[in-house]
Design a protein around this ligand. Structure first.
Ligand code: NAD
Ligand code: MG
Length: 402
């Protein structure tokens, strides 16, 4: 969990804050740059990174006067160099360059690479001991204990960006964290909230990408459609907040306005509300411990009229149960769950399997790995080995499915 000192106020330097963004070409990355671009005198952009979109990365680096632009995929280096020729931005590519970018001195790093590809660079950002705004949830799911040990060792200030966790961070009373009885994350329910199991069997990629309230990258949008996202977020919450798995809950809230509720022993419930726009939690992490203006739609509760809540239907959406079971097993199962889910979602996005096969592939992979014997990863290398093994098994099982 984030220690009480993380909640203490610290003076904000008047000098521009040096920032780097891992995954600047994605949904969270673009929203972060949108905010920075509206307030450029307060920020000095050091490094921006993307996977393969050289054109967008170069555009961003020039527009925000970055020192360095790095692509994870070396194949795009020539394009990146030619797009940046004649500018003062350095261009680089590949895993070593990505890690080198993270070690460039900054005050604040946004970790917004999707999937377990974000693990190494985010851990490296944590080791720098400054502020890390954590959007990538997969690294806590895949390597939570190791990740949080590094956070504690380095003294890094971890600022949750996932909207529910930013909301929880805001609603946790640092003087009363012992009095927390329960933390409830809300879930929109996704595009299939009202669909029957029969209808969900024939759901298409486009149906699944049609999220009712949030605009996000494809992987997360599919995770939201299966509610695996909420499972990953329960695991994330366990590592970020001072609670046991039994104290974590989810509730379906189709309007996505209340993001997290923290219940205390005196019966008080503190919640954070905002319209569903990632620029609010990103702005919170960018300005913390102060606040900055964000160009988001303001809440008009009279216009909204009512906020609805309902219990999740785990018959149609079993993924959160799988995630909690994996968390409680405390034996590396969450690493397997995350890896198998990444393979399954990728296969669904490529139209190789249907929606129900996502959960089936995750469950089968978890069983297969468990049959061979699982033990809790003790190092990053252990995590990466278990992640690779799980992916191999998931790919084999996938072949039998299609
Ligand atoms: P996205 O797919 O839009 O962007 C992902 C970014 O990671 C891109 O810049 C991409 O180029 C980069 N990337 C992809 N594969 C890579 C690789 N192998 N190596 C290096 N970089 C790689 O994703 P997103 O929706 O912005 O989400 C990013 C992370 O934030 C995810 O972990 C997601 O769960 C989390 N998150 C996102 C939102 C949201 O609203 N989008 C909300 C909460 C949490
Ligand atoms: Mg979320």
């Amino acid at each position: 969990m984030i220690t009480a000192t993380a909640y203490a106020k610290s003076p904000v330097s008047q000098a521009p804050r040096r920032v780097s963004i891992l995954g600047s070409t994605g949904s969270v990355g673009c929203s972060t740059l949108d905010l920075i671009g509206r307030d450029p005198s307060h920020f000095d952009v050091v490094a921006l990174t993307g996977n393969s979109n050289a054109e967008l990365l170069a555009q961003q680096a020039v527009a925000h006067d970055a020192d360095l632009a790095v692509l994870a995929d070396p194949a795009g280096l020539e394009d990146l160099k030619s797009s940046l020729s004649g500018t003062s931005v350095e261009a680089a590519a590949g895993q070593d360059a990505l890690i080198e970018a993270v070690t460039r001195p900054t005050d604040w790093t946004m970790a917004a690479i999707v999937g377990s590809a974000g693990l190494r660079p985010t851990l490296e950002a944590v080791r720098q001991g400054k502020s890390v705004a954590l959007a990538n949830k997969e690294c806590l799911v895949s390597a939570g204990d190791i990740f949080m040990e590094e956070v504690a060792k380095s003294g890094t200030r971890l600022l949750p960006v996932d909207s529910e966790h930013s909301a929880g961070f805001q609603a946790i009373d640092p003087n009363a964290s012992d009095a927390i009885e329960k933390i409830t994350l809300t879930a929109s329910g996704g595009p299939f909230r009202t669909w029957t199991q029969e209808q969900m069997k024939i759901a298409t990629r486009d149906d699944a990408l049609n999220h009712p309230t949030w605009s996000m990258g494809d992987k997360l949008t599919i995770d939201s459609a299966t509610l695996m996202n909420k499972g990953l977020e329960l695991i994330e919450a366990y590592y970020l907040f001072p609670v046991e798995p039994e104290q974590l809950n989810i509730v379906i809230h189709p309007q996505s306005i209340v993001h997290c509720l923290v219940e205390y022993s005196d019966g008080s419930v503190l919640a954070q509300l905002s319209s569903p726009d990632m620029r609010t939690p990103i702005a919170y992490s960018l300005a913390w411990p102060e606040r900055m203006w964000a160009p988001t739609e303001r809440l008009d509760l009279a216009k909204i009229g009512s906020l609805d809540f309902e219990a999740p239907d785990y018959d149609r959406f079993p993924a959160p149960l799988m995630a909690v079971q994996a968390l409680k097993a405390d034996n590396g199962s969450t690493t397997v769950l995350n890896a198998a889910n990444e393979i399954a979602v990728d296969a669904f996005l490529k139209r190789r399997i249907g929606l129900p096969s996502i959960n089936a592939l995750v469950a089968e992979t978890m069983e297969a790995v468990a049959r061979d014997g699982l033990s809790k990863p003790k190092s990053l290398e252990d995590v990466l080995a278990l992640d690779a093994l799980s992916r191999t098994l998931a790919r084999t099982l996938l072949q039998d499915m299609i």
